[in-house]
Design a protein around this ligand. Structure first.
Ligand code: F6P
Length: 530
């Protein structure tokens, strides 16, 4: 599609002027003082998620200009082209249709194929969950990247819904330290191995699958056909590996968008058919929200626009994700692939180098653990790092007091980031652990917080399969939004190719010691590693 790149839009110029006049020195505390209704003005309601965008460094003019920027870049047309199955992943000539995977039967492209695999996969999942009949106690997913991170994130997130008689393991790394401790816990006749790979050629996954099969046979496993299944677009390669039970998907499902496909099999086994369908229904509800809600109230679109504002005007280089829910401990890793593999690009759709920055670094840890590690830097470091808090109102445990403390911590952090503490205020306090030999002003300066540090808070009533589906789809569409404005291809990943090729070249050299043609550093390291 010939939509303009953001820097060619009139709104971009207007935003540059607006940033100079009002953006650079924008102060959140003053903004709240000026406008008693700021919270309401920047509140966004989406299915299952309430978003407080008021602690961000923007005003209504910024928001209006960003919406105009999206319109000039024809965000809605590009979104519609994705939903319609146009080949928007143009460097691979592929459609991008993960949304079709969660559309109800009879709706969306490829509905028959999608629902045939879904029904078959869910029936299989139910058969495994009947542990008395299946004899399965352990499920091991062997996959990497998009064939790992989705299930690895979702299964613990929905722990309260997981089958109590099954234990789930995720092996991804080609480092044997990943699979070895997993295998130690298993019995061959109680284990189901799921070999998850879109291409069924990925080195790490194939090597681990080989190890698993050898272990299975060496440990008395008899029925490989029953204990190994594959989730892949390459059914033939799975058959060549000796796997007869395969759940397929299609080249229009990107790896990092694939948890809704057969790649979600470990999730389906963990949660059961009904909850897996609820996860899909949640994602579909967010798809409808993204497709139908005006941009001014469209949550993923607004988050993506804020990302552009922060990355390209404020120059913020990263965003920290702080889920205040231990189950979401792998969400930051999941989002790293989703956002950085999608939008870590340096040329536009025409291959022209971009004169502006793209993907921020996305990183984080569950609250409150992050508070006792890197939050120091968020509060007092020299970089401004927008933080995204995720809070869940109702826990799925019975420890109400712990939950109140968790929520109070979450609120306190976004409050502290914004309010800060001036040197005057610090001077008026006694700090019992402060040195008695330093003068009060020096101590107060160390105890000053600049404040005005932006954050977003996302509130969820309860972390159900449906709510998690909503949340993940929200992140997908947010990444789509910033990628569309930057006019990059968010759906290829050529950046992973070079390392794979060089690894294939180095592998035999590790045995032979042949360093011919290598750079000095690589040759030196190779010699030391032999
Ligand atoms: O790292 C590159 C990548 O292609 C990811 O995009 C993908 O999710 C991962 O490798 C795994 O690929 P596959 O599912 O084909 O094994």
């Amino acid at each position: 599609m010939n939509a303009p790149r953001c820097d060619a839009a009139l709104a971009w110029i207007a935003l540059q002027g607006h940033y100079q006049a009002h953006g650079r020195d924008f102060d959140l505390r003053e903004a709240f003082t000026r406008d008693a209704a700021r919270f309401e003005a920047f509140a966004v309601e989406a299915p299952e998620v309430f978003a407080d965008l008021s602690k961000n460094r923007w005003d209504l003019v910024t928001k209006k200009l960003l919406v105009e920027l999206a319109q000039e870049c024809r965000l809605q047309e590009r979104r519609d082209a994705m939903f319609a199955g146009e080949p928007i992943n143009h460097t691979e000539g592929r459609a991008v249709l993960h949304t079709a995977l969660r559309a109800p039967k009879g709706q969306g492209p490829f509905s028959d194929e999608v629902h045939e695999v879904l029904d078959r996969m869910l029936a299989f999942a139910e058969s495994i969950r009947d542990t008395a009949a299946s004899g399965i106690r352990h499920v091991v997913n062997i996959g990497i990247g998009g064939s790992d991170l989705g299930p690895q994130m979702v299964v613990p997130a929905l722990d309260a819904f997981v089958h109590p008689g099954l234990t789930f393991h995720f092996v991804s790394n080609v480092d044997g330290h990943d699979i070895a401790p997993v295998l130690r816990q298993l019995k061959a006749d109680e284990t189901l191995f799921i070999i998850a790979s879109k291409t069924f050629t990925t080195q790490e996954t194939m090597a681990n699958a080989q190890v698993a099969r050898e272990w299975f046979i060496a440990n008395g496993g008899r029925d490989t056909a029953k204990h190994f299944v594959a989730t892949t677009t390459n059914v033939k390669a799975a058959a060549d590996f000796g796997i007869t039970t395969t759940f397929g998907f299609w080249d229009w499902v990107g790896g990092r968008y694939s948890l809704w496909s057969a790649i979600g099999l470990p999730i389906a086994v963990a949660l059961g058919a009904e909850h897996f369908r609820a996860l899909l229904a949640g994602a579909h509800a967010m798809d409808r929200h993204f497709a139908e809600t005006p941009l001014e109230r469209n949550l993923p679109a607004l988050l993506g626009l804020l990302d552009v504002w922060y990355r390209n005007f404020h120059g913020f280089t990263s965003r920290s994700v702080a889920p205040y829910h231990q189950g979401l401990k792998r969400l930051p890793a999941y989002l790293q692939q989703l956002e950085m593999e999608s939008n870590g690009k340096r040329v536009d759709l025409d291959g022209q180098p971009l004169p502006f920055a793209t993907s921020p670094v996305v990183w984080g840890e569950p609250g409150t653990n992050g508070q006792h590690a890197y939050f120091q830097m968020l509060h007092q470091g020299t970089d401004v790092i927008p933080v995204e808090f995720i809070a869940v109102k109702q826990p799925t445990h019975a420890h109400a007091d712990l939950h109140r403390k968790l929520l109070a911590n979450c609120l306190a952090q976004s409050q502290a980031l914004m309010l800060g503490k001036g040197t005057e205020a610090a001077l008026g306090e006694t700090a019992p652990t402060a040195s008695k030999t330093l003068d009060a002003l020096t101590i107060a300066r160390h105890r000053t917080f600049p404040g005005n540090r932006p954050s977003t808070t996302l509130l969820i009533e309860r972390l159900t399969p449906r709510a998690l589906g909503v949340l993940i789809a929200m992140y997908e569409h947010r990444v789509f939004t910033s990628g569309a404005l930057w006019r990059i291809n968010s759906f290829d990943q050529w950046g992973v190719e070079l390392g794979k090729a060089l690894c294939n070249d180095l592998l035999p050299r590790l045995s032979s010691g042949d360093a011919q043609g290598l750079d000095g550093s690589t040759a030196g390291l190779l010699a030391r590693l032999r």
